[in-house]
Design a protein around this ligand. Sequence first.
Ligand code: CMC
Length: 391
Amino acid sequence: TGYTTYDDGLANTASTMSAITYIDGDAGVLRYRGYPIEQLAKESTFLETAYLVIYGELPTAAELATWEDRIRRKTMVDERMREFFKMFPRRSHPMPVLASGLMMLSTYSFDSVDYTPEAIEKATERLIAKVPTLAAYGYKNSRGEAMLYPDNSLSYIENFLRMSFAYPTEPYEFHDEITRALDVLLILHADHEQNCSTSTVRLIGSSGANIYASVAGGVNALSGPLHGGANQAVVEMLSAIKESGISVKEYVQQVKDKKAGIKLMGFGHRIYKNYDPRAAIIKEHADKVMSLKAGRRDLLKLAQELEHAALEDDYFTERKLYPNVDFYSGLIYEAMGFPKEMFTVLFAIGRLPGWIAQWRELVTNPKRKIGRPRQIYIGEGERDYVPLGDR
Ligand code: CMC
């Protein structure tokens, strides 16, 4: 019935109406609920931005205090869940562990398919509060280290840093610059309209599946190297270039020759045909964090040389390929002390408010329809079944 249009990669299909995030890819503009990303990165905190993305307005001082308090009081996970993390093999990649943790969290929620405002509110707060705990436990498991309880006297970011890096036997020392840099990085990731993982969250949610199942799907979609996994892939690419001893020019040439599908990871974007505004902000923080801790300055230098070479090359300029959010973020995470397997988990913590806001926007729309794309069939025409002995 009707007609079907073919849109490869859904590049020209608007799948929803949304009031959350505005992007002008040609001008390099990104706004959450109307507020420019540059202002939020400078003035806001991640928890405040999460509130803005989810509820649509900046909170008053009283609303913010209540929100922070409600989140703080939900950071613990059931004791059995801590045991659950120990079931994963040592050195498990923390991304599938996070996705599994979210599904386990759903089994502790008896209202997870309930669309009452109270149930949605509770699930929202539980997710924002507990995902950093799950992320830190996935990390601690991969190292065989003790999983710490949250310390609710700390801020959201400090609490996560402590759960990731502290040991039960030693005090943990915070660096304000690192705490703030992580806060800013999470703000920059908070939403990005209908990207692959967010579309996945919406598609799962459109069937009536609960928010935990939808967000776990988002984590899995994010894990791929063309999406959130690019931040890990960038550092792997830089290390491989360094180890192989080839020059930046030679690597750029290999990318241009499209040999073995090599890409310049951290470059290009479906929507930004100009500098990704998030990459510009991250770049400013890279030097600051790296001067504090022993980050891979050699890799930062290499990244800067690669960027310079690409921005001067017709192949990249003709295709409008510029650094994206993932180009420098991995190097900062690395300088903070995170191993590369954690980079995409950090992206997931940042993107969580966006996934939640988009799921809420979907399920509170009374005209919501199940997502169900069409296809163009290119298989065999009708044919008769051939008995096994005759094949
Ligand atoms: N290196 C080399 N060539 C590239 C790259 C790249 N990073 N990105 C795109 N191209 C080329 C591509 O080969 C194609 O060339 P041609 O016209 O000769 O066939 C042209 O540019 C258009 O690319 P496309 O693949 O049609 O563009 P797309 O919108 O489908 O893909 C993308 C967007 C982000 C998947 C892609 O640019 C890419 O693979 N980049 C590297 C991975 C990456 O950094 N991903 C993170 C994206 S931003 C944050 C996030 O979503 O997580």
